[in-house]
Design a protein around this ligand. Sequence first.
Ligand code: DHB
Ligand code: MG
Length: 221
Amino acid sequence: EAEASWDAVDAYLADALVDEDAALAAARLSSSATTMPHAAVSAAQGAFLALLARLTGARRVLEFGTLAGYSALWFARAVGPAGRVVSLELEEQNARVARENVARAQVSERVEVRVGPAVESAERLIAEDVPPFDLVFIDADKPSNPQYLDAALRLTRRGALIVIDNVVRSGAVLDSASDDPRVRGVRAVVDAVAAHPALEATALQTVGVKGWDGLLLALRR
Ligand code: DHB
Ligand code: MG
């Protein structure tokens, strides 16, 4: 019952406040054509990510985990015509769906989807010596979270914001003895953020259409 009301409130708030145009709505619905139909951020969360990008004045956004490109589209809108979004995706099928969504939203010029294991794609970005990113959204396979944080730190500089999705997992994150590699990945990245002297961080639990979960935010000082 509680979850049903979380859904209803999420729908009410998203309807009232979130300006999701046709291209964004189509992208969100197209998640059903990906390998993980229920993993995309919600409309309210997409708008929140876009607000974070606007608040930080982000021009370059790096994303681990593209899926259908729904959050990438929110970031693309937020960074504006001169901005750039690089999104890393393991599955060719998902990248195909994402590129269609990006094209429909007419932001192909500012969104680049790179296919392959995200750690390898990130290593390539480091080798290419790309300009630093202003905001990094980590939302791919959870066991690799610590490696994604390491890569994010090599691809950013002072003032960058690092956002990590799914750090609560319906409370499963509490279990320090968990043998679920996803829980271990979350706990390891929480520890790594906590131990990093240049990261000022917090996390917020969220409820809504994605159940009970949370977002970690870390500012690179
Ligand atoms: C899953 C992954 C996500 O990034 C998410 O937001 C929700 C669920 C998953 O692995 O099932
Ligand atoms: Mg997620």
